[in-house]
Design a protein around this ligand. Structure first.
Ligand SMILES: Cc1ncc(C[n+]2csc(CCOP(=O)(O)OP(=O)(O)O)c2C)c(N)n1
Ligand SMILES: [Mg+2]
Length: 330
């Protein structure tokens, strides 16, 4: 799959934004500034970005409890996200959702989700809508290795397969479901093997390698857009932080974590390949992007901190959706 300079720089910016956003969130959370649980996405950047580079605003995405990376890769406004994490009224969901419920329908972001495995049926439903509309929209569901053992995974893949829905199921196999290693919770090594049970293609990508994810996701998304039905794409990846901020991480060794950072880091891998192998971008350009992204994140923190908390009367708004009729086409 041919990649041009602009696409590579855009991808790098999105990946660096995820990394610095998450590092900032850890710092803010440990300083007691952010209410609620945080599940950080750092380490998995190449997966979210490699997939989302193929999506437009009219395509849909269903996310997980580890959703910040998906939101950023899909183009959700960073200031609105930061204010949401602070629980402020200027947040993307008016400060009422927080980390695990960030949604932005204008960007096709159907929402992060606190229920493990719940994004798959939502994506399947959105894909049915897309198929009925016939405008070539595609839906992506991200989910973890743990979620691949939920009933909702099997039901969604089966329905999407028999109805040939335009959806790509992206398994983010990061080796653990909370503190449980994947070898303990699953008898098979590759989640992609399960595709055969539903008669759909199953692919494996190196989820730390943007180029590999980009290529395999591109093929799957094109297939879905052209009416070829769903794909199960497994991305082998790793989360740099604990399951949540504050996780004592007693279930994996420091050596394991260090080795992944040293040998498989998605940003370093990207730089090596894009600069040395493809010769399309320079390290200087990437350092400029790093500095710009840092400034953008600091501005987002300032925006959030200068915003007000929602007033008590906001508790009564947005509880029910106004219904515009069975054939509304929002
Ligand atoms: C239905 C349901 N069961 C259990 C939980 C508790 N829980 C939250 S995250 C998680 C692990 C999910 O692991 P995985 O799907 O691999 O995603 P990862 O955290 O590795 O990204 C569990 C069991 C939940 N939120 N929802
Ligand atoms: Mg996992």
């Amino acid at each position: 799959m041919q990649l041009d300079r602009d696409t590579l720089l855009d991808a790098y910016r999105r990946m660096r934004t995820i990394r610095l956003f998450e590092e900032k969130l850890e710092e803010l959370s440990l300083a007691g500034k952010l209410p609620g649980f945080l599940h950080l996405y750092a380490g998995e950047e190449a997966t979210a970005v490699g997939v989302c580079m193929h999506l437009g605003d009219t395509d849909y995405l269903a996310s997980t409890h580890r959703g910040h990376g998906h939101c950023i890769a899909k183009g959700v406004d960073l200031r609105g996200m930061m204010a949401e994490l602070y629980g402020r009224r200027s947040g993307i969901c008016k400060g009422k959702g927080g980390s695990m419920h960030i949604a932005d329908l204008d960007k096709g972001m159907l929402g992060a989700n606190g229920i493990v495995g719940a994004g798959l049926p939502l994506a399947t439903g959105a894909a049915l809508t897309a198929q009925m509309r016939g405008r070539g929209q595609v839906v992506v569901a991200f989910f973890g290795d743990g979620a691949a053992n939920q009933g909702s995974f099997h039901e969604s893949l089966n329905l999407a397969a028999i109805w040939r829905l335009p959806v790509v199921f992206v398994a983010e196999n990061n080796g653990y479901g909370e503190a449980t290693p994947v070898e303990y919770h699953m008898k098979i090594r590759d989640i992609a093997d399960r595709a055969g049970s539903y008669g759909i293609p199953g692919e494996i990508a190196d989820g730390m390698d943007f180029l590999d994810v980009y290529e395999k996701a591109g093929t799957a998304i094109e297939r879905a857009r052209e009416g070829g039905g769903p794909t199960l794409l497994e991305c082998k990846t790793y989360r740099y932080y604990g399951h949540y901020v504050g996780d004592p991480l007693t279930y994996r060794t420091k050596e394991e974590q260090e080795e992944v950072r040293q040998t498989r880091d998605p940003l370093e891998l990207f730089e090596r390949k894009a600069e040395s192998e493809l010769g399309l971008v320079s390290s200087d350009e990437l350092r400029e992007i790093d500095a710009e992204v840092k400034r953008t994140i600091e501005a987002a923190v300032e925006y959030a901190e200068s915003s007000d908390a929602p007033p008590p009367e906001d508790l009564l708004s947005d509880v029910y959706v106004s219904y515009s009729g069975a054939h509304g086409d929002a």
